[in-house]
Design a protein around this ligand. Structure first.
Ligand SMILES: Nc1ncnc2c1ncn2[C@@H]1O[C@H](COP(=O)(O)OP(=O)(O)OP(=O)(O)O)[C@@H](O)[C@H]1O
Ligand SMILES: [Mg+2]
Length: 271
């Protein structure tokens, strides 16, 4: 099978009949694979722009999901392959996020944003117990909503089919129901703090650093323009979202950046 993509959690192979197989690393739990399969199916059935999840298979002691293959490239690769279109792509990134958020999890079948965030905040070892308690109390005061949220929405999890002029969202392992403002805040934190892997093409790394502000500001402003959401509403989620992100094994400089957001926000908090 031909390897067509690699992420932190899986290797992606071309698969017969216009499909791909996402083969998870061997230490990846079966429960998490089932979760991604189930969530992607639910969203596909709702008519959202996601690849159809076809079947779960076992391959050499690893689990894999066979998905419909999306024709096209990731938004991330297009941003650097076609820099003149950066602004247009950044707008498309916002449009597609708005489309996901326009639907809700009426039947309550997705994990809840507040539960996911509070679990991650409790598990991080980078915050004191006292700070965690303050953040958890604050989190409980934020709006309770049930819109479809991705939980890891960034340009490498969006694919663009130029023939159809449409976007598809992949990698639904962290799909959840919650407040779109929290989902946008998470994208903001990722875009502001993410560093590309050490072995990434140096030109792409430089290009990303140069366009980071254009991407994050363009995406956030266009999202607000399309929905009427305010910066205050997005900002109100930065604290719990950044604190929860500390639970992931981030590279040192990235963890430092995220910790800075947490400290800044904690300093402004009155609980
Ligand atoms: N349905 C699909 N059709 C075509 N290409 C795909 C599809 N799903 C994934 N890919 C390719 O594989 C890459 C990795 O996929 P995905 O984001 O699902 O993996 P991951 O290991 O979860 O990534 P991450 O590093 O974000 O955790 C994508 O960037 C894309 O290039
Ligand atoms: Mg991914």
């Amino acid at each position: 099978m031909k390897l067509i993509g690699q992420g932190r959690t899986a290797d992606i192979y071309a698969y017969p009949s216009n499909q791909i197989m996402k083969l998870y690393k061997s230490d990846f739990s079966f429960e998490a694979v089932q979760n991604e399969f189930r969530i992607t199916q639910i969203l596909y059935d709702k008519g959202l722009p996601v690849p159809q999840a076809r079947v779960i298979i076992d391959e050499a002691n690893r689990q894999g999901i066979v998905f419909e293959r999306i024709e096209g490239h990731t938004m991330f690769s297009m941003m650097f392959g076609q820099p003149l279109r950066l602004q247009e792509l950044v707008h498309q990134l916002a449009v597609c996020h708005v489309e996901l958020h326009s639907q809700s999890d009426d039947q309550g079948v997705l994990p809840s944003q507040k539960q996911i965030l509070s679990g991650a905040i409790r598990r991080t070892q980078l915050l004191s117990e006292e700070d965690k308690t303050r953040i958890l109390v604050y989190l409980s005061s934020l709006p309770e909503r049930t819109q479809i949220c991705h939980g890891d929405y960034h340009p490498d999890n969006v694919m663009v089919n130029e023939m159809k002029d449409s976007c598809y969202v992949i990698d639904w392992m962290t799909g959840m129901s919650g407040d779109p403002a929290g989902d946008v805040a998470r994208s903001w934190v990722i875009l502001k703090s993410a560093s590309l892997p050490e072995d990434a093409d140096p030109e792409i790394r430089l290009g990303f650093e140069r366009s980071r502000d254009t991407i994050v500001d363009g995406y956030t402003n266009h999202y607000m323009h399309l929905t009427g959401l305010t910066w205050k509403e997005i900002e109100s989620w930065i604290l719990p979202v950044a604190a929860a992100r500390l639970e992931e094994c981030l590279p040192g400089n990235e963890a430092e950046e995220v910790l800075k957001f947490v400290q800044e926000q904690l300093n402004q908090l009155n609980v």
